[in-house]
Design a protein around this ligand. Structure first.
Ligand code: FES
Length: 107
C-alpha cells in the first residue's frame, strides 16, 4: 500500500505549494515538484498534500516552495533541497533553515 496518499481532505495537515510560475518554472520548479513528490512517495508522509502553483509573488527567490500552515517559505530550491524539505521538515520537523527566506513580495 502506498502510504501518504490523501483519500479524504480531512486527513490533510500540511500543504506544500510548489511554484511553477513564469520565473520559478524555468528555474527548476518542475524538477523540484518531481523530486519532492518522489521523496514523499518513498517516505510515505501522512497528511501532506502537494499543489503546483503559478507565481507566489516572490520571484526574486525562485524557485519557491512554501509549506503551510507552517508559514515557511523556501527559496532557491533545488531537487536536493526539495528532498531535504521532505526528510528534515515534513518527517523530522526541522526546518531547512539555510533555504528559508523572509522578505517582502517582489517580482
Ligand atoms: S514565479 Fe514563482 S514566485 Fe513568481
Amino acid at each position: 500500500m502506498k502510504m501518504g496518499k490523501i483519500r479524504d481532505t480531512r486527513e490533510i495537515r500540511r500543504v506544500v505549494y510548489l511554484c511553477e510560475g513564469k520565473v520559478c518554472g524555468p528555474a527548476g520548479g518542475a524538477e523540484n515538484t518531481a523530486a519532492l513528490r518522489e521523496a514523499l512517495g518513498e517516505r510515505g508522509v501522512p497528511g501532506v498534500h502537494t499543489m503546483r502553483t503559478g507565481c507566489q509573488g516572490f520571484c526574486k527567490r525562485a524557485p519557491v516552495v512554501s509549506v503551510q500552515p507552517d508559514g515557511v517559505w523556501y527559496g532557491e530550491v533545488t531537487p536536493t533541497t526539495a528532498r531535504r524539505i521532505v526528510e528534515d521538515h515534513l518527517v523530522a520537523g526541522k526546518i531547512v533553515e539555510e533555504r528559508v527566506f523572509t522578505s517582502e513580495p517582489g517580482l
